[in-house]
Design a protein around this ligand. Structure first.
Ligand code: PHE
Length: 506
């Protein structure tokens, strides 16, 4: 059986950008920048991008292309004991997509809410927590579902499934729309934002450099964390996307295009967000420092508030609300389905299952997983799980992956492999990044993370909830990693790929 292929180089680049560019650019980057030294943060960010983001992105595309397989098998082909690492990454991304789709569901809900300006009567904060989430008082009080959220969760998963239904072929058709459309919307919103009165107050907040931030290790950690999350690396996704590439693809050039596009879009999003906040700050006489500038608060409370205050009355509210939430949805959808595609590729490549059925079943399991986050206590669990799985798992996976590739397999070997077909050749510096710089930075981040989280309950949640939604989920993903490694395929894919041309080192 021949492997699926991207329709063209352009489509591969679009799909990878689609995965990378998501909610992380629209709400995580601007908030992180603001919290970590404003304009000065761009320096650690750029350094993190060059020293870790780009090297790892290209590495993952190379691992996938070389093995022509999803993460677990691809890593196994780098070292015979590395398969659990691939499954661990995929189990982690399964958890992430199950709540990522719930956030997408909220954006679907808000497209509707914008049309009717539904938050007007009670105010955006009460509308979000009360009317939409119907939030309970404690993570232990699940309290049934918020029905509107439940319906929107089903819509989000339906969209994911429809995009993946015919594998790479349907993905290719979808990304032609879901990558440019949000970008156009972002530009529209940005132009509106920076032309609002007092936008400059917000932009000054966003970019005013605080050079002393560069001396803080936590700022550097934030920069690396943001780069990893934003480029969708260490989730097994980019390995799967690389596996649909043919052997002559130009990995270094494509990787750099993808990475700089992602960074550029993040930077633009900051103008849209902070320009709007500056305006809001002026009309409501609220200092920006007192507003939610990151996470769910920014998108579902602060931004609706700002839209309600836009000049132009009811029409402007509906139009800009709809554009904003449509932008978030289209930004996020290709990130969500890229995760599912990464998992499907892993399963199909090992167990030789039918890809269509696997995709459908996985979407249904994912939908079931999302249910917990659609309960009235969902936001609490989302917050806890996100903090642990996204930060902790990701970093540890990163360290091990660098070790497997950089030390066990050989950084130079894989560099020779991707340099061969690339127009820009990477030198020895790349080996140094993969062998030393990235793992050391990641180790540093993980140690500070552990110190912070042991004996200190994240978000003030009760220990039992942290044990279940935090460390419990972390443990479950690790166990899943080993279990899937030890389950033997009943009808494994035909062997012999070990000697396929894809593996020749040149
Ligand atoms: N990179 C995506 C973003 O910036 C998030 C994401 C993470 C997507 C992991 C897929 C996997 O929003």
């Amino acid at each position: 059986m021949t492997r699926e292929r991207w329709n063209s180089r352009m489509i591969f680049i679009l799909a990878a950008i689609g995965s990378a560019v998501g909610l992380g650019n629209a709400w995580r980057f601007p908030g992180t920048t603001y919290n970590n030294g404003g304009g000065a943060f761009l320096i650690p960010y750029l350094i993190a991008l060059l020293t870790a983001g780009i090297p790892l992105l290209i590495l993952e595309h190379a691992i996938g292309r070389r093995a022509q397989a999803g993460a677990p098998i691809a890593l196994k082909k780098m070292h015979k004991r590395a398969e659990p690492l691939g499954w661990w990454a995929l189990a982690t991304s399964f958890v992430i997509v199950s709540y990522y789709c719930v956030v997408l569901a909220w954006t679907v809900h808000y497209m509707w809410s914008s049309l009717t300006h539904a938050w007007k009567a009670v105010g955006p904060a009460d509308y979000f927590f009360g009317n939409v989430l119907k939030i309970s008082d404690d993570p232990g009080m699940l309290g049934g579902f918020s029905v509107p959220v439940l319906i929107c969760v089903a819509i989000a998963w339906l969209a994911v499934w429809l995009s993946l239904r015919n594998g790479v072929k349907s993905v290719s058709k979808v990304v032609v729309w879901t990558v440019p459309v949000p970008l156009v919307l972002l530009i529209v919103l940005m132009i509106r934002a920076v032309t609002l009165p007092s936008a400059n107050i917000g932009l000054t907040f966003y970019l005013q450099p605080d050079w002393s931030a560069l001396l803080k290790p936590s700022v550097w950690a934030a920069a690396y964390g943001q780069v990893f999350f934003s480029l969708s690396i260490l989730f097994g996704i980019m390995i799967a996307y690389g596996s649909y590439l043919s052997k002559d693809s130009d990995l270094t050039t494509d990787g750099m295009i993808i990475a700089f596009a992602d960074a550029g879009i993040s930077f633009l999003a900051g103008f849209a967000v902070f320009g709007t906040l500056g305006y809001l700050s002026n009309v409501t006489a609220t200092p920006i420092a007192d507003m939610s500038v990151a996470g769910v608060g920014l998108a579902f409370i602060t931004y609706p508030e700002a839209i309600s205050n836009l000049p132009g009355g009811a029409v402007a509210i509906s139009v800009f609300g709809l554009l904003f939430f449509l932008m978030l949805f289209t930004l996020g959808i290709d990130s969500a389905f890229s995760i599912v595609e990464g998992i499907v590729a892993g399963l199909v490549d090992k167990f030789n299952w039918n890809k269509k059925k696997t995709t459908l079943v996985l979407c249904l399991i994912g939908l079931a997983g999302s249910l917990i986050f659609a309960t009235r206590a969902g936001l609490y669990w989302l917050d806890i799980t996100d903090h642990f799985v996204n930060d902790f798992n990701l970093i540890v996976i990163g360290v091990i992956q660098c070790f497997v590739v950089g030390w066990l397999f050989g950084a130079k070997k894989i560099r020779t492999y991707f340099n061969e077909t690339s127009s820009i050749k990477f030198g020895r510096w790349w080996d140094i990044m993969i062998r030393y710089v990235t793992p050391i930075v990641l180790l540093y981040i993980s140690i500070t993370y552990l110190i912070e989280n042991i004996g200190n309950n994240y978000g003030g949640y009760a220990t039992r909830y942290i044990a279940i939604g935090g460390w419990g989920v972390v443990a479950a993903t690790i166990i899943t990693g080993f279990v899937l490694t030890f389950i033997r395929a009943k009808h494994p894919a035909p062997e012999g790929e070990e000697d396929a041309p894809a593996l020749e080192e040149g």
